[in-house]
Ligand binder design. Structure first.
Ligand SMILES: Nc1ncnc2c1ncn2[C@@H]1O[C@H](COP(=O)(O)OP(=O)(O)OP(=O)(O)O)[C@@H](O)[C@H]1O
Length: 259
């Protein structure tokens, strides 16, 4: 029996994301086994797990791409598999590869989601430019993706995800292709934006450092997905080298990887 998340649900309020006793199988493959956790509104939660631990499956359940075999998934109190349309503007996803369209400029890429949601063109452009400013990319507004560095492309992709003003941001290995310094700067900027605009964020990573530096809570998953460890890093854990190392090693031990 795997442990259940013991973090409190904020003020008895409906959490932004709730997975309750979830099982998910694909034929004979069990991807998720009795997984329960929630993400409170305004929280940043990190998912850490080895390859094949079911992280993407959990993200797909939250996006409503399919339903669970057993259990209950709720996003802002709704069933994402059934209320898919109502949640379209509630959830945004940032992926490992930036998925920018090469024939559109940066600003044209950022405004795309808004245009799909039928925002008038002038308003969409204005919002896209605002978000480019917030991720320090104003100077690149009229450049094409091939003219941007990897870090700039990920910034553009995040601006696109945030431009539709979602309540929830799901990030799937967004920083993993970037070099350490770029990834660190981007992580700090993304955390700042998420907190400033009071978004809820669940992010998948395989880097323990990313999780400790960015998350309010870290969920370590075993395979098939079930909760092995839950940690809430403190500011001291982030800034004190010894504390950072102790937490890092504890998580690495739970993951079963060499620290
Ligand atoms: N559509 C599917 N059909 C069959 N099996 C699937 C499907 N999606 C996922 N699986 C299986 O479920 C398990 C969990 O996969 P999932 O992609 O969720 O893991 P993950 O933790 O995201 O892995 P990674 O870190 O490699 O992306 C794996 O054994 C995978 O092969």
């Amino acid at each position: 029996m795997s442990p259940q998340s013991n973090a409190a649900i904020q003020n008895g309020e409906e959490p932004a994301i709730l997975l309750d006793s979830i099982n998910k199988s694909f034929g004979s493959v069990v991807a998720i086994e009795n997984l329960s956790f929630h993400v409170n509104k305004g929280e940043i939660v990190s998912f850490l797990g080895r390859t094949g631990a079911g992280k993407s499956t959990a993200l797909n359940l939250i996006m409503g791409n399919f339903g669970p075999t057993k259990g209950r998934v709720r996003v802002m109190g709704m069933d994402p598999n059934k209320d898919f349309k109502k949640l379209r503007q509630t959830i945004s996803v940032g992926f490992q590869t930036d998925r920018l369209l090469p024939w559109r400029t940066t600003v044209e890429n950022v405004e795309l989601g808004l245009l799909i949601l039928r925002e008038p063109k002038a308003q969409a452009r204005e919002k896209a430019l605002e978000w480019l400013d917030r991720v320090n990319l104003t100077a690149a507004a009229n450049l094409y993706p091939h003219e941007l560095s990897g870090g700039m492309r990920q910034r553009a992709s995040l601006a696109r995800a945030l431009a539709i003003d979602p309540e929830i941001l799901l990030l799937d290995e967004c920083f993993s292709q970037l070099d350490h310094v770029t990834s660190q700067t981007l992580r700090a900027d993304v955390s700042e934006v998420i907190r400033k605009y009071n978004k809820t964020c669940l992010f998948i990573t395989h880097r323990i450092d990313d999780a400790i530096e960015m998350a309010d809570r870290i969920l370590v998953l075993g395979a098939p997905a079930r909760l092995l460890l839950e940690e809430s890093p403190t500011e001291e854990d982030r800034t004190d080298r010894d504390k950072f190392r102790i937490l890092h090693d504890k998580i690495a031990a739970a993951l079963g990887v060499d620290a």
